[in-house]
Design a protein around this ligand. Structure first.
Ligand code: UD1
Length: 445
């Protein structure tokens, strides 16, 4: 499997380093949007960012080779590639969306602080590292500023598997006397990250682990399928209970294709509806988008599903709706800001309740600068539709808020400048070019 690209060795030479990328980001950190053009055309979804981040962490568990297809080349993924390279894995791009990764016979147990602090998902290194090392030191993660994001559920679960964990000077320090031991773990809340971490820790543990009240997100299922392809024994991913029978090692070389990104696709769907456009999303899994499709239909958007595509159009005036974010299959918190933007010009009153991340309403303040009428009280936002938004200078506070503000710019009269555009690059591949291919006018400056 690995011979086809002999001569290409370490990851550092072949992956655009996150540090270089940061240089680009500082230079081009503003998106200028000229509004008023409906999005029309067809666009292909990228591979799922959140699946890929977890799967790259899972590569720590193998000494074998992995070819990973449908990988989005976005800055969060590049940072994660740099982190796993520092831990001893080798990775390089075979083409624009395929990675070749070689597992390490010996992995380092300490994550590089400068990189890990940039990425919330670096907390997913803890489970696989604890499965392979007696001692680990994982930098406390950074990432989007959308709420407190504690790790108590990860800790409780890993404790049950026999790990001792402490936080010392910005690091999580973990110790385990020998192999992790299978156990029964009940999560108080179906956390995506805790489910993924515990699943990765449990695959190499001794005996059976039963994880209850786990997250059912499609990305959890994708990770389980990937782990099983490497030789893990996981059943039940996608339901409330996951059973993992520990194995001594994961030795299968794997070629695996990441699922389509439902959040990226959903963002384009909302953008299509918000601009009164007509867009077909290709290479998606429509059931993964059902929570969004159902709400768009309720708002009078036409959503037509085929086997692996979805067409979104707006033949009639839109209607106000109410949304509550919930764990999957509820409405995704990662699509909430985009929907708030859409609803800001729908006549009548819409209400959004944010149940997952308490800071996800920061975008409301920016939308108000564009003329939106949104009142926020705790976890509830009340949106009174205004006739139109006006272009303004606004600031992205997190990844999805950034995407939402670009959508607002597409809807608005005049020019909108979205500052802190590096947040958008964390999660959306070639965002402006792909929007422009649908008729938008967005420029990175
Ligand atoms: C993942 C996604 C993120 C998405 C979120 C919810 C990745 C890389 N990120 O984030 O895009 O918005 O799921 O769908 O996959 N919580 C605790 N204790 C814990 C862990 C979580 O209280 O130990 C709480 C969090 O504060 C939050 C809620 O649980 O309120 C959901 O968090 P979680 O599902 O863990 O989200 P992430 O895995 O961080």
């Amino acid at each position: 499997m690995g011979g086809a690209h002999a001569g290409i060795t370490g990851a550092r030479a072949h992956i655009k380093l996150a540090t270089e990328q940061r240089g680009d980001e500082q230079a081009l950190n503003k998106l200028v949007v000229r509004g008023g053009r409906p999005l029309v055309g067809r666009i292909r979804a990228s591979g799922a960012k959140n699946s890929t981040l977890a799967i790259l962490c899972a590569c720590i568990l193998t000494e074998s080779e992995v070819i990973l297809e449908n990988v989005p080349n976005i800055s969060d993924i590049r940072v994660m590639l740099e982190i796993i390279s520092c831990l001893g894995l080798r990775a390089y791009w075979l083409d624009e969306d395929t990675l070749h990764i070689t597992g390490a016979a010996r992995v380092s147990g300490e994550t590089p602080h400068e990189l890990a602090k940039k990425l919330r998902a670096s907390n997913l290194l803890l489970g696989p590292l604890m499965a392979r090392k007696r001692r680990v030191r994982v930098s406390l993660p950074g990432g989007c500023n959308i709420g407190s994001r504690p790790m108590d559920l990860h800790f409780k679960g890993l404790n049950s598997l026999g790990a001792d964990l402490d936080i010392r000077s910005g690091y999580i320090e973990g110790r385990v006397p020998g192999r992790l031991q299978g156990a029964k773990v009940y999560l108080d809340f179906p956390s995506v990250g805790a489910t993924e971490n515990l699943m990765m820790a449990a695959v190499l543990a001794e005996g059976q682990t039963v994880l209850e009240n786990v997250a059912k997100e499609p990305e959890v299922v994708d990770l389980a399928n990937f782990l099983n392809a490497m030789g893990a024994k996981i059943r039940g991913a996608g339901t409330d209970i996951i059973r993992v029978n520990g194995v001594p090692a994961l030795g299968n070389p794997v070629r695996y294709s990441v699922i389509p990104d439902r959040i990226e696709a959903g963002t384009f769907m909302v953008a299509a509806a918000a601009t009164g456009g007509d867009v077909t999303l290709e290479r998606v899994i429509p059931p993964h988008l059902e929570p969004l499709s159902a709400k768009l239909r309720e708002a009078n958007v036409r959503v037509e599903e085929r086997e692996d595509s979805i067409r979104v159009s707006t033949p009639a005036p839109l209607l106000p709706i109410n949304i509550k974010t919930m764990p999957y299959p509820g409405f995704a918190t990662d699509l909430q800001s985009q929907m708030m933007t859409l609803l800001s010009t729908v006549p009548g009153t819409s209400i959004i309740v944010e149940n997952i991340f308490e800071n996800r309403f920061q975008v409301a303040q920016e939308l108000r600068r564009m003329g939106a009428q949104i009142e926020v009280e705790g976890r509830v936002a009340i949106i009174e539709g205004v006739p139109r938004l006006q272009g303004a200078s606004v600031r992205a506070t997190d990844l999805r808020a950034g995407a939402a503000l670009v959508i607002a710019g597409l809807m608005a009269e005049g020019v909108t400048e979205v500052h802190n555009a590096h947040f958008v690059a964390r999660g959306y591949r070639d965002f402006e070019a792909r929007l422009n291919s649908l008729g938008a006018d967005v420029e990175r400056k």
